[in-house]
Write a new protein. Structure first.
Ligand code: ADP
Ligand code: ADP
Length: 231
């Protein structure tokens, strides 16, 4: 894992009167899972997209292991940060294997290593490689798509994993399974994870620490699940 430091992070979308994210400072330690929980519209996705440099902050800084991410080139950034989102974000015109291989390929891995890695990742998320690697996303269930989304996010072995409501679109039983598997994966891999949800129970289950957000991502509480439940 790597340490993530947000310093005075602010995002004001053009045309908006109030910032979507206002002056957020937060530190995520190497290997820990921090869950950002808060109501819809409080700026959680905006915060994650700034860390992943999909959008530029209006002001403030993001450091990963003391390196300012605004200075990192795109390929290096994608090797540092895995990203998994609610809609699974899979490219519909690519097979499961091609989707998972995307970042390793961009990083210039040799073919044989990529092939082995794709199989390893499918095993890791509980999908039989022989059965699934040649399939297109539309022929997967919602839960299977989410598994592939997580496999893709982990393929280049990034120290940081950003997850934006990754289990938001699946049924409650599958969601429960996926949460348990994420906990298992986290014990095995010790990634630094920032996980976004609006579901308080999910936050309590998955977080080493939880940041409870109000509007504009103002942090109301930042503590362990135990401490948050007793307050
Ligand atoms: P959350 O992920 O917590 O639901 P978002 O980060 O998606 O919140 O949105 C935070 C606020 O920013 C909302 O008020 C939303 O309407 C606004 N917003 C999000 N994306 C844009 C955009 N591209 N342009 C303008 N406003 C946006
Ligand atoms: P969009 O918002 O139109 O989906 P994005 O720029 O957010 O486009 O992302 C394009 C695709 O690349 C998405 O499917 C997303 O999941 C993936 N992606 C974005 N950032 C990363 C990353 N750091 N590592 C791996 N995949 C990423």
């Amino acid at each position: 894992g790597a340490t993530i430091r947000l310093e005075g992070l602010t995002k004001r979308y053009s045309g908006s009167t109030v910032p979507a994210v206002d002056d957020v400072s937060l530190e995520v330690k190497a290997g820990e899972t921090v869950v950002l929980v808060g109501p819809s519209g409080c700026g959680k996705s905006t915060l994650l997209k700034m860390i992943n440099r999909l959008i530029e902050p209006t002001s403030g800084r993001i450091r990963i292991d003391d390196e300012d991410v605004t200075g990192i080139d795109a390929v290096k950034l994608r090797r540092k940060i895995g990203y998994a989102i609610q809609s699974s974000g899979l490219f519909p015109h690519m097979t499961v294997a091609q989707n998972i291989a995307q970042v390793p390929k961009m990083a210039g891995w040799p073919k044989a290593r990529i092939k082995a890695r794709v199989e390893e990742m499918l095993d890791l998320v509980g999908l039989d490689p022989a059965e699934f690697q040649g399939r297109y996303p539309r022929r997967l269930s919602g839960g299977q798509q989410q598994r592939v989304g997580v496999a893709r996010a982990l393929a280049a072995d990034p120290p940081v994993l950003l997850m934006d409501e990754p289990f938001g679109a699946v049924d409650p039983i599958t969601r429960d399974h996926l949460q348990d598997e994420l906990i298992r994966l986290q014990h095995e891999l010790r990634k630094t994870i920032v996980f976004v949800t609006h579901d308080f129970d999910e936050a309590i289950k998955l977080g080493d620490r939880i940041a409870v957000l109000r509007e504009q991502s103002h942090i109301a509480q930042f503590d362990t699940p135990e401490a948050i439940l007793t307050n």
